[in-house]
Design a protein around this ligand. Sequence first.
Ligand SMILES: Cc1ncc(COP(=O)(O)O)c(C=O)c1O
Length: 424
Amino acid sequence: MNDQSLQAPAWYLQGAPHVWRPYCQMKTAPAPLAVEATSGARIILEDGRGLIDGIASWWTACHGYNHPHIAKAVSDQLARAPHVMFGGLAHAPAYTLASRLAALLPGDLDHVFFAESGSVAVEIAMKMALQHWINRGVAGRTRFLGFLGGYHGDTLATMTVCDPEEGMHSLFAGVMPAQVMAALPVDGPTEAALDALLSERGHEIAAMIVEPRVQGAGGMLFHDDEVLRRLRRMADAHGVLLIFDEIFTGFGRTGDLFACQGAGVTPDIITLSKALTGGTLPLSAAIANHRVFDAFWSDDAGAALMHGPTYMANPLACAAANASLDLFESGAWKENVARVGARLASGLEPCRAVPGVVDVRVRGAIGVVEFEEAVDVGGLCARFVEAGVWIRPMGCVVYLTPAFTIDDADLDHLTGAMRKVLNA
Ligand SMILES: Cc1ncc(COP(=O)(O)O)c(C=O)c1O
């Protein structure tokens, strides 16, 4: 509790001793801000202040908050059937969504398994990969290859494929079986090193997993599409499955609907979440190609994928996702991402001159100012709030990933606040 909480509403004061907050040392962290509502690109606080949201609620609200088309689809579905179990029952929102995703994704990524969070989708993708080998009668492919800078979630198995230092999970070293870690093949030497590693240990590896184009939570690190083409070539050469985790990059964030499609590389399994429902409801999917799915298609009941989260394919969430896809179908997002990207680039460029800044970069609707050292997240957040914006830095990076629909004035306010607070 601090001074802010003195004016806090009753629900806040009653709940604060009981809520365990994400990613913070609660004893010393600043108190969270009480939110009353959201609208467009804004978060409205209980005290009446409106903050322009620079990160679209952890990269989810790509069409802005409270989009009427999504809201109507969810409320219509709420009246019809908020939820039914997915075991033995089928419903239009999920079946429609599965067929639409299969049509949008490249290649033969046709088999959609729904879950509720990104981490769980990655867990399922890992389990699919492992069992694909078991079902095919191939022994020994029990490890995963993850990449430095990668982040794939906070659950126990996903922690093992995160960057061992940057992935926030270094405390747990040794708890779970160690996976194989490598640098991304960004140039000749790193490509040769990965190839050598795969020659030596490829037979142990079920799949390699990567965030294509942008490693998000690991520091908004960008790589070229050629890296993904190399990974595809090496995965094929060494018989390893390739998983693209597009939980952050999917749905337009890097300028293409999916990063894999833009790069012209089709993985064997892709994971999606975050902007899947336009930032309204929790939903995720692990989507496999025919090669993976066919290993499960059998007269043997034991070859089935034994997985089924209680709320998988929740009809409300699927209705929201279908409505979000309608908005993507209009095509306006692409121009908006280009517009946002261009304005982020010009608005953030002056930050290059700030002492301690080592890079300023933009890809799609992602703008990044990287510092040499980790920044003071709490202190910067407070100053951003004073400047009327919601920006939450991560490690060494202060970044913007706004809604694609944000208008130019709000975008300029965001980049202006970055320049002001960072003293550019
Ligand atoms: C690439 C990637 N994978 C997985 C996750 C985990 O998703 P969730 O937080 O929904 O479990 C995230 C979350 O930031 C992510 O960026």
